[in-house]
Design a protein around this ligand. Sequence first.
Ligand code: SIN
Ligand code: FE2
Length: 221
Amino acid sequence: MNPTTLDMFANLEPEQHPRREQMGKQSYVLRGFALPWLDRLLPELEAVLKAAPFRQMVTPGGFTMSAAMSSCGTWGWTTDRSGYRYTRQDPLSGEPWPDMPEVFFQLAQAAAREAGFEAFVPDSCLINRYVPGAKMSLHQDKDETSYEAPIVSVSLGLPAMFLFGGFERSDKCQRVPLLHGDIVVWGGVDRLRYHGVLPIKEGQHPRLGEQRINFTFRTAR
Ligand code: SIN
Ligand code: FE2
């Protein structure tokens, strides 16, 4: 029930894609999947961040999150003292979140399809920035109105140790190293699995410098 290594899934299904690692029944790591898209992604990312810069948000409990965040798409995920929610406007500017660049949408859809989820239509892309030491505590993604759509999570820059758990916070986690260009997709029966990121280690990424950037694509509404 709570597999601790990727190997335990090795004979659930014949591995068809050498760069596709199965973590659960409906969850995969797609190694290097974003790499061929990078030259198109990075200029769009820069434009999004010009309109909606990274900022550190506060949890309802009053803690400042170590990852800085921005968003694009119709809905942006935010948190402050009054709770977690999706908003149409960037609370910092009062303006709508920047549109989701077409290439972001296309990448998310292609990755979802590779993991067995046809016709993924993300309306939200959360952009997380981790500097060394920043982390993401174990949580479930459950601020969306439906859990039918999968989560598509793109890793860029410095490596991270991703924790992929079960349906209870206390369940054992798989530890999945994520490198620049890797994409994690989870949905269906795995949609509400706990997950998180251990503190990012010091380092310099040749393309992105001293940071890790993560895109989390979701269907919020
Ligand atoms: C998240 O779950 O919000 C982020 C996961 C990641 O940074 O890989
Ligand atoms: Fe998450």
